[in-house]
Design a protein around this ligand. Structure first.
Ligand SMILES: Nc1ncnc2c1ncn2[C@@H]1O[C@H](COP(=O)(O)OP(=O)(O)OP(=O)(O)O)[C@@H](O)[C@H]1O
Ligand SMILES: [Mg+2]
Length: 302
């Protein structure tokens, strides 16, 4: 079932910038969807439209088959967690713990439950030591983690994330992506993520939308979309580094199979096949599960 669906969405900013053009975007329940595209391609605008922060003049948005209108906006927003690209747009309470508590407080949860959720969210984001720190005394990456903790504390069914890993340190970014995958697989949280992180996203997302100048340039299963390297490059994206290396090997050295591997696990399989001259003894499942990158650690707290 489509949890989120837009029909012919068009949006112009007051200065007449046409930021969304005929957007037909859909997300099924439980999916992990990535939105990629150059700076200014419309990613943030699309996410903001989905939570009713901006109101497209043309087109329709359905959440759970219910059309968003001014009347049901508040109700619909309760199910969706939105994490802003810039944490300065999200954070406003004096201290970290107070900011994270704001959402659960607003949901009128019992005091004990609020405390529990705040401390769990801080633990997950590894910011417990910052609990009493003022928001203005945080680094930018720490602010991003606080704004994510605030949304996680509300335990939404859908998470809309606007470049959540941008400005996090590499290990922090890897850990966060693993956490999102866990939320997606174990707690069935539907994930929609705008991102430029071409190296990490093939490890996690199922579906991919590419935006270009406010239009959908390509969409579909992630591996399928990435196989059109021309569209990727025309959209000012790039292949994951490992895929680029295999692409060069294919072209220059006439090695490796038809389908371009996007992850280290997939590339490893192809390399072993070529070197040994026989299919890798690693099972397909094992390879698909091979979500390794620079971060070998496990997420705590879940
Ligand atoms: N408040 C605004 N007023 C006028 N134009 C805007 C406003 N916000 C965004 N735009 C324009 O709308 C278009 C889409 O911007 P948007 O922020 O959605 O892009 P984006 O894909 O999120 O980019 P980035 O990767 O830089 O975050 C751009 O051309 C941008 O200049
Ligand atoms: Mg943006």
């Amino acid at each position: 079932m489509n949890l989120i669906e837009t029909k012919n969405l068009n949006f112009k900013y007051p200065d007449k910038t046409s930021a969304l053009k005929e957007i037909n975007f859909s997300v099924r329940e439980g999916e992990f969807v990535a939105i990629m595209g150059a700076n200014g391609s419309g990613k943030t605008t699309l996410l903001k439209a989905l939570v009713g922060l901006i109101h497209p003049a043309e087109g329709e948005i359905f959440i759970n088959k219910e059309k968003i209108t001014k009347n049901n906006l508040e109700k619909i927003r309760k199910e969706i967690g939105f994490v802003f690209q810039d944490p300065n747009d999200q954070l406003f309470a004096p201290t970290v713990a107070e900011d994270i508590a704001f959402g659960p407080l607003n949901m009128k949860l019992p005091e004990d439950e609020i405390k529990k959720r705040v401390s769990e969210a801080m633990e997950i984001m590894e910011i417990s030591h910052l609990a009493s720190k003022t928001i203005h005394g945080l680094s930018y990456g720490q602010m991003k983690k606080v704004s994510l903790a605030g949304v996680l504390a509300m335990q939404p069914k859908v998470l809309l994330l606007d470049e959540p890993t941008a400005s996090l340190d590499p290990m922090g970014a890897s850990k966060l992506m693993k956490l999102f995958k866990k939320l997606n697989q174990k707690l069935k949280v539907t994930m929609v993520m705008a991102t430029h992180d071409v190296d990490l996203i093939p490890l996690y997302a199922d579906q991919l939308y590419i935006l270009r100048k406010g239009e959908i340039a390509a969409s579909g299963p992630l591996r399928e979309v990435f196989s059109d390297t021309q569209i990727i490059r025309e959209s000012k994206l790039r292949l994951p580094r490992i895929a680029h290396m295999i692409e060069i090997l294919r072209k220059e050295n006439k090695v490796f199979a038809k389908e371009l591997p996007l992850t280290i696990g997939q590339a490893r399989k192809e390399i072993i096949k070529t070197l040994v001259g026989q299919p890798s003894r690693l099972s397909k499942d094992k390879i698909m599960e091979d979500r390794r990158d620079a971060c070998p650690t496990k997420n705590k707290g879940f």
